[in-house]
Ligand binder design. Structure first.
Ligand code: SAM
Length: 221
């Protein structure tokens, strides 16, 4: 339960939840139907089945990083956001991606790791200096290996979406980058909470929330 004064945005969400609860829209069949709609959208060409970003928000984020010469991504899945980031920044930049090892796919989606490797190879062919770490971003070993390649002009945090996980990534990798972006600042309770703490701490920020679903927040140092 939220305590203290709620922001305008929180009030909108709280009121929406009141309406939904009151009208008893949240029933399992409805949720199943909504998930089916999302799945159908995911399979449509152009929606970006392997890129898990809202195009408008992602493009707005990319518009800030053209001058960057190094980029780190925590949580790359198929490497499709990393490819877009690599294409947006300077030629011959340093590109570092971190993701967990996968033993297989999930649901009907293809297994990420082979596609991630292909994406990173494609970035390498473009002339960038490419590093891929398959491991837990929270492990000391991975943090150390990434730190050895720091500093970065840009870091995109899109890995562990729990509050504690995203906070650990922010604390471990945030100090290594001049610009840090977070994904899912709207739909994810943990990321939403962390993002509000970051804004309250007085950082220079901008946020893109054209979708009511995902949302990207950026911190500039
Ligand atoms: C939402 S997906 C990333 C999507 C990708 N950035 C894109 O836009 O296409 C989140 C990814 O974070 C990875 N992940 C979650 N927890 C992680 C952790 N502790 N360390 C490294 N990667 C993690 C997952 O394996 C998954 O591939």
């Amino acid at each position: 339960m939220q305590t203290g004064a709620a922001s305008d945005r929180e009030n909108v969400v709280i009121n929406a939840l009141r309406v939904v609860t009151h009208t008893q829209l949240v029933d399992p069949d409805f949720v199943k139907h909504c998930l089916g709609c999302i799945e159908a959208m995911n399979n449509k060409p152009g929606f970006g089945a392997l890129l898990e970003q809202n195009e408008v928000e992602f493009s707005q984020m990319l518009s800030h990083i053209g001058h960057c010469r190094s980029a780190l991504e925590i949580g790359s899945r198929y490497g499709k956001s990393m490819q877009r980031i690599a294409a947006a920044i300077q030629p011959r930049s340093r590109i570092v991606a971190v993701d967990m090892p996968y033993s297989g796919g999930y649901g009907d989606a293809p297994a990420p790791e082979p596609i991630l490797m292909q994406s990173m190879e494609a970035i390498d062919r473009e002339g960038h200096e490419v590093h891929l770490f398959i491991g837990d971003s929270h492990s000391e070993e991975v943090v150390k290996m990434v730190r050895d390649l720091a500093p970065f002009d840009f870091c995109f945090i899109d890995g562990d979406h729990s509050y504690e996980g995203a906070k650990a990534d922010w604390e471990n990798y945030g100090p290594m980058a001049k610009i840090v972006a977070f994904h899912d600042i709207v739909n994810n309770v943990g990321c939403f909470k962390l993002w509000n703490e970051i804004k309250a701490a007085g950082h220079r920020t901008v946020e893109y929330t054209s979708s009511v679903w995902l949302g990207i927040g950026m911190v500039f140092r």
